[in-house]
Design a binder for this molecule. Structure first.
Ligand code: NAD
Ligand code: LMR
Length: 406
């Protein structure tokens, strides 16, 4: 039986042939293929997705004026034409993340920014990616380490809708993410300062560690300049990806249909998977939950140790960063998406927190409440908050002593 995937446009499951027939004449085959890549597989049995075997194919065959008009209105939305910049785009995360963003049908322009001392010149990464059979134009920008982004990135950042920031130093074995703050806060500040000047309405997806402190620091600097702190968003998607994968390994279920919210932050005990809120994860025996929780918390360190001093997670982070980026861009097109993200928040008594948010036009349009927690998770939340509080304070203190030069 041909595979069916759910078209996020209408929540209905289609085969590739049905989808291709529907979009034929409107989009090139390669665009439809790229769109198919972004559709999640449909469940075989009941489930939420409406199983309409004849859905789009039927709509096309009928070709009634009304159906045609509806089809037109529907296809007017699929692909956006957004400008995306990856800062640190020649790095371990930056290169594969740029590749995946270049394949997103909503990306019209992709900028790769990095330093002149980067492993590969950003212009080289850009030339390489410019040969993908995708619609987006790709260009590289570079700057010497002693230069300021605000003096060099006008063309690169002007008009950007989404800026992804994997620029910064990664951990080595034995280090905590906190140990990176001094170096990485300065790198993040230079980039955020340039964004404040050239693309103040863009969503800034911060990958650079320590996310728990860098995001409050940068968001408060935005606030000081009268800009919207909600544009500064910490990417914690990798924690969700890991939780889903590990739940799949234990249950034998396809992790594609698992969606464990991971709340709190992105370091140690602040990484708090809420297993009780996912239908597959909640079937796991209570006695196995503590170990699973620890596995998600320590997954980053497992990669750092396995890479033996040659960096931290890059490929899985690129995958997670692209999932985040895809959701942000889908939101811009008017298709709301829910993801966990770390941002300014009022869902707890801490000023910054990771929880589910809704991405829509302009970025985060809603921060969702935590939902129901079981007894274990309620206690765990207190543990997460204790660590997170100190890490937020590090960021707030940094912002007190700094200002963005605009
Ligand atoms: P990397 O060293 O491979 O790449 C970093 C890139 O940033 C390099 O190409 C470097 O030249 C560039 N860079 C440094 N300073 C810059 C500046 N001022 N402007 C532009 N580019 C600059 O490191 P990586 O493995 O890609 O990791 C990058 C960051 O992402 C690290 O801080 C790491 O801890 C973090 N990280 C976060 C997560 C997460 O879940 N949020 C996951 C993995 C890694
Ligand atoms: C991760 O979770 O993989 C990243 O935060 C990188 C790290 O230092 O662990």
């Amino acid at each position: 039986m041909a595979e069916r995937r759910v078209d996020p446009d209408d929540g209905t499951a289609y085969t590739y042939d049905e989808l291709a027939a529907y979009y034929k004449g409107t989009y090139k085959k390669s665009v439809v293929e790229a769109y198919w890549d972004t559709c999640k597989p449909a469940k075989r049995s009941k489930g939420k997705a409406k199983e309409e075997p004849t859905g789009k194919a039927k709509a096309k065959a009928k070709a009634e004026p009304k159906a045609k008009a509806k089809a037109k209105a529907r296809v007017a939305k699929p692909a956006g034409n957004f400008k995306v910049c990856v800062c640190g785009g020649s790095g371990g995360i930056g290169q594969p993340l740029s590749l995946l963003m270049g394949m997103d049908p909503n990306v019209g322009e992709l900028c790769i920014f990095d330093l002149t001392v980067a492993m590969v010149p950003p212009a080289g990464v850009a030339t390489d990616l410019s040969h993908l059979e995708r619609k987006c134009k790709v260009k590289g920008y570079q700057m010497a380490p002693d230069q300021k982004a605000i003096d060099h990135l006008e063309e690169c950042l002007t008009g950007c809708h989404l800026v992804l920031v994997p620029a910064g130093v990664p951990r080595k074995p034995g280090m905590t993410r906190d140990d990176l703050f001094k170096t990485n806060a300065g790198i993040a500040k230079g980039i955020v300062e340039a964004c404040a000047k050239f693309c103040p309405d863009a969503v800034l997806g911060m990958i650079v560690n320590p996310v728990n402190s860098v995001v409050p620091a940068m968001a408060e600097l935005y606030k000081k300049k009268g800009l919207d702190p909600m544009k500064i968003v910490g990417i914690t998607t990798l924690d969700v990806v890991r939780a889903n994968k590990f739940v799949g390994e234990i249950t034998g279920k396809n992790p594609n249909f698992t969606n464990v919210p991971v709340i709190g932050g992105h370091a140690g005990t602040t990484i708090m998977p809420v297993f009780s809120q996912d239908k597959t994860a909640k079937t796991i025996d209570e006695k196995d939950i503590d170990a699973l929780d620890k596995h998600v918390q320590n997954a980053g360190t497992e990669v750092v140790d396995a890479k033996g001093g040659k960096g931290s997670a890059t490929l899985s982070m690129a995958y997670a960063g692209a999932r985040f980026g895809r959701s942000v861009l889908a939101g811009f097109t008017g298709r709301k998406r829910v993801e966990c993200a770390y941002c300014k928040s009022e869902v707890t008594d801490l000023p910054y927190f990771a929880q589910k948010v809704v991405f829509g036009e302009g970025g985060i349009v809603k921060v969702l409440p935590l939902g129901e927690l079981n007894e274990r998770e309620t206690a765990r939340l207190e543990e997460a908050k204790t660590q997170l509080k100190g890490e937020i304070e590090t960021g707030l203190k940094y912002a007190e002593g700094e200002t963005l030069a605009l």
